[in-house]
Design a protein around this ligand. Structure first.
Ligand SMILES: Cc1ncc(COP(=O)(O)O)c(C=O)c1O
Length: 397
């Protein structure tokens, strides 16, 4: 029982691991810039297109048609079937609906994955730079992340697998593999993934696989994937989301892919976390999967163009360290002479009127970089890059 001292601030009576959760560095810049006239926001991890009408209509028909009651904890059977069919179509092998569980966004899939595998004192390896929510989610479970820094090499960000494996200790329970990665764009090769799976199999570790940017891969087709390698018993939990592919970030719907044997445990966890995802949103999600391939292609093409605009703008700047990402839709670049990227990002808001995310948000080895999202209209992105290039070339460091 918590010994609540009525004289102390309520926060001091909370669990220590929750009190200690870091706030997002992106939020600081966001709060500074929000509502500033003329600002072009490239700080968030989302495109600028709204959800396509056919998806919104499917949700709205369901809502108006009265689908307003509690629903299946694992997700509507039709949606789970549609997710399995989507995977079969894209990965070229059969998938079973029994392996898919509908969640409140990719974020909740990640949270459930850690709730199942990580407890107080357990450790999770996370290659960095990384999306900060992996660490946050592990820490809400009482666990700890161990950063395994990647290096920026002439060919792009590189993860040294030997270094990753050497970081495994007696308390390690899981390894996070986010490929293509936010924010670096690092993308594992199929050989890397095979070696990783073999290693985790022999050490009894879980892989938390986040391949949500797998469609945004600039060498063509889908990014290399663990989907080609796993068997039904492998300790691999995939977090997935409707957010990015189908422009549905505000919906908060995604899925967890797990061995079917975990079904009852996952159902219980969903029950005790959120008690499921609204049925009408799931109808929208079914439309996204069944009718949304062309829209995803449009998004990928838009990202490709965006990457080219960013590449052309940054290439002539000698002070910029940038290698075009293999996947995802972020440019992650450093500027010689700038180490305080949070301070610089605040200045960019005021002086260049462009919102960027400071590297401080992305863990060990990321401080000296900035992240911008290039899944935006070419006109807006060109203007943002014109302003940023000018700021970089002339700003007083
Ligand atoms: C790597 C990664 N995984 C998962 C997510 C989760 O997305 P959502 O919770 O919107 O589904 C994001 C969002 O930015 C992400 O970048």
């Amino acid at each position: 029982m918590i010994n609540a001292n009525s004289n102390s601030a309520p926060i001091s009576a909370l669990r220590a691991s929750v009190q200690a959760l870091p706030s997002s560095g992106i939020a600081t810049v966001f709060a500074h810039g929000l509502g500033k006239p003329g600002l072009i926001p490239l700080w968030a991890g989302e495109g600028d297109l709204p959800t396509p009408g056919f998806i919104a209509e499917a949700a709205s028909c369901s809502l108006l048609g009265g689908e307003t009651f509690y629903t299946h904890q694992r997700g509507l059977p039709e949606l789970r079937e549609a997710i399995a069919a989507y995977h079969a179509r894209h990965y070229g092998r059969p998938f079973s609906a029994q392996n898919f569980f509908v969640t409140g966004g990719g974020m909740q899939a990640i949270q459930l994955a850690f709730q199942m595998t990580v407890g107080a004192g357990d450790e999770v390896l996370v290659p960095t730079p990384s999306w900060p929510n992996f660490r946050g989610a592990v820490e809400t479970c009482g666990g700890k992340t161990i950063a395994v820094p990647m290096q920026l090499e002439p060919a792009g960000w590189h993860l040294d697998l030997g270094r990753l494996f050497a970081a495994v200790g007696p308390k390690t329970r899981a390894i996070v593999i986010n490929s293509p990665a936010n924010p670096s764009g690092w993308t594992a090769s199929q050989d890397d993934l095979s070696a990783l799976l073999e290693f985790t199999r022999s050490h009894g570790l879980w892989i938390i696989a986040d391949e949500i940017y797998g469609r945004f891969y600039y060498q063509g087709g889908l990014a290399p994937s663990l989907q080609h390698l796993i068997t039904s018993d492998d300790r691999v939990l995939f977090a997935q989301t409707f957010s990015k592919n189908w422009a549905m970030t505000g919906w908060r719907i995604g899925w967890l892919q797990a061995p079917a044997a975990l079904g009852q445990v996952i159902e219980n966890l969903v029950q005790y976390n959120t008690s499921g995802v609204a049925a009408f949103m799931q109808r929208g999600a079914i439309a996204a999967l069944n009718e949304g391939d062309a829209f995803v292609e449009t998004q990928v093409q838009r990202a490709r163009e965006g990457l080219e605009i960013v590449r052309q703008a940054l290439a002539p700047l000698n002070s910029v360290r940038f290698v075009a990402p293999a996947g995802a839709f972020y440019a992650f670049f450093g500027v010689d002479g700038i180490t305080d990227t949070l301070g610089a990002a605040l200045r960019m808001v005021d002086e260049a009127k462009v919102g960027v995310a400071p590297g401080t948000a992305f863990g060990e080895g990321a401080d000296a970089y900035f992240r911008i999202c290039f899944l935006r209209s070419p006109e807006q992105l060109r203007e943002a890059m014109r302003r940023l290039s000018q700021w970089i070339a002339t700003a007083n460091r």
